[in-house]
Design a binder for this molecule. Structure first.
Ligand SMILES: NC(=O)c1ccc[n+]([C@@H]2O[C@H](COP(=O)([O-])OP(=O)(O)OC[C@H]3O[C@@H](n4cnc5c(N)ncnc54)[C@H](OP(=O)(O)O)[C@@H]3O)[C@@H](O)[C@H]2O)c1
Length: 288
C-alpha cells in the first residue's frame, strides 16, 4: 500500500488552497463516554489516528470541546510531527460543563482564548481551518463573526468555517470573512440542510456533513440500503457514505470512529460507485 492521499478517490480544495481527500475523519469519538475524558480504549484510538496517513485520509475534524481538549491532544500524540499535507480542522464556541453537556459560548474573549488553547494542544503555529462551533444566541452574531475576522487577520487561523447555520447566517458572516466551509448535520436520513448544501455547491464552499452515519443507525441498514449494499458486497454504512460523496462534489464526510476496522471500512466506501439508478433510488427513498 502506498502512503499517499491519492488512495482515496475524490479531492476538494478548501479555500482554494488546502487540498483534501473527500473522506475525512471525525475525531469526536476518540474520547470518553459523553464525549468527556479519555477514550475507553486509548491504544486503539491512537492506532486509529495513526492509520489515517496510510489510508490516504488527510482531513481531520476535531474541536476544543471534544474531551474537552482530549481529542486535540490525542491527535498530536498520534500524528505529530505532522505531514505537510495533513489538514486539521478544529472548532470553538461550545463550553463543556460535564459529560453530554454543551453550552454555546460565543463571547469574543472566550473564542480567542480557545483558539490559543487549540494551537497549544495541537502543537501548531496556525490552525488550518477553524470553525465557529455554534452561533451563541446570547451574543450578537456580528460580534462573533467580527471575532472570526480578527482571528483570520491576526494569522492565528488560516481559513474559517461555520457549523449548524442557516443560509441567512452564512450570508451575514460573509460580510466579515470568506466562509471556507459549513458543517451541518446531514445524512441519507436527515436532509434538512439541503438548501444550505446547494448554496455551498454554488459558491464552492466545502460542506461537511456531521453525523454522516446517523451515529451508527445507518450502519444497520433498512431495506433499500441493505439491498444495494448486498449488490456491492458492501456494508450499509459504506453505501450511505458513497451516496453522500456522489451527492455533491463539495461534500466532505467525516465519519467518526475509535476503531481501526471501522475506519478502514469507512474509507473504502469512497471506492464504491453507485449506479445512476441506485443513487436516484436512495435519494428518493423516504425511509432507508
Ligand atoms: N459540528 C457539530 O456540531 C458536530 C456535531 C457532532 C459531530 N461532529 C463531527 O462529525 C463527526 C461525525 O459525527 P458522529 O461521530 O457524531 O457520527 P457518525 O460519524 O455518523 O457516527 C459515529 C458512530 O458510528 C459508529 N461507526 C462509525 N463507523 C462505523 C462502521 N464502519 N461500522 C459500524 N459503526 C460505525 C461509531 O462507533 P465506533 O467508534 O464503535 O466505530 C460511532 O459511534 C464527529 O466525529 C465530529 O468530528 C460535529
Amino acid at each position: 500500500m502506498t502512503n499517499t492521499a491519492s488512495n482515496v478517490p475524490g479531492r476538494f480544495v478548501i479555500g482554494g488552497e488546502l487540498e483534501v481527500a473527500r473522506i475525512g475523519f471525525g475525531a469526536m469519538r476518540i474520547t470518553g463516554r459523553g464525549i468527556w475524558g479519555e477514550p475507553t480504549d486509548r491504544a486503539e484510538a491512537l492506532r486509529t489516528l495513526r492509520e489515517l496517513p496510510d489510508l490516504g485520509v488527510n482531513f481531520v475534524d476535531t474541536a476544543d470541546s471534544y474531551g474537552p481538549g482530549i481529542s486535540e491532544m490525542l491527535i498530536r500524540e498520534a500524528l505529530a510531527p505532522y505531514r505537510h499535507d495533513l489538514v486539521i480542522a478544529t472548532k470553538g464556541g461550545l463550553a463543556r460543563t460535564g459529560p453530554d453537556q454543551w453550552k454555546p459560548l460565543g463571547r469574543p474573549e472566550y473564542l480567542i482564548q480557545q483558539v490559543h488553547q487549540s494551537l497549544r494542544l495541537l502543537g501548531v503555529e496556525q490552525i488550518a481551518l477553524w470553525q465557529l462551533h455554534r452561533i451563541d444566541p446570547a451574543v450578537p452574531r456580528d460580534e462573533q463573526f467580527g471575532t472570526v475576522q480578527y482571528l483570520l487577520d491576526s494569522g492565528l487561523i488560516r481559513y474559517a468555517g461555520l457549523s449548524e447555520v442557516s443560509l441567512d447566517d452564512i450570508e451575514a458572516a460573509s460580510k466579515y470573512f470568506s466562509v471556507a466551509t459549513v458543517q451541518n448535520r446531514y445524512n441519507l436520513a436527515d436532509r434538512s440542510s439541503e438548501a444550505v448544501l446547494n448554496f455551498c455547491a454554488r459558491h464552492g464552499i466545502g460542506f461537511i456533513p456531521w453525523y454522516p452515519l446517523a451515529a451508527g443507525a445507518l450502519t444497520e441498514g433498512g431495506s433499500i440500503l441493505s439491498r444495494i449494499a448486498q449488490r456491492h458486497n458492501a456494508k450499509p454504512s459504506q453505501i450511505a457514505l458513497a451516496w453522500l460523496l456522489r451527492r455533491s462534489p463539495v461534500m466532505l464526510p467525516i465519519p467518526g470512529t475509535a476503531r481501526v476496522a471501522h475506519l478502514r471500512e469507512n474509507v473504502a466506501a469512497a471506492r464504491i460507485e453507485l449506479s445512476d439508478a441506485e443513487f436516484d433510488a436512495l435519494s428518493q427513498a423516504s425511509e432507508v
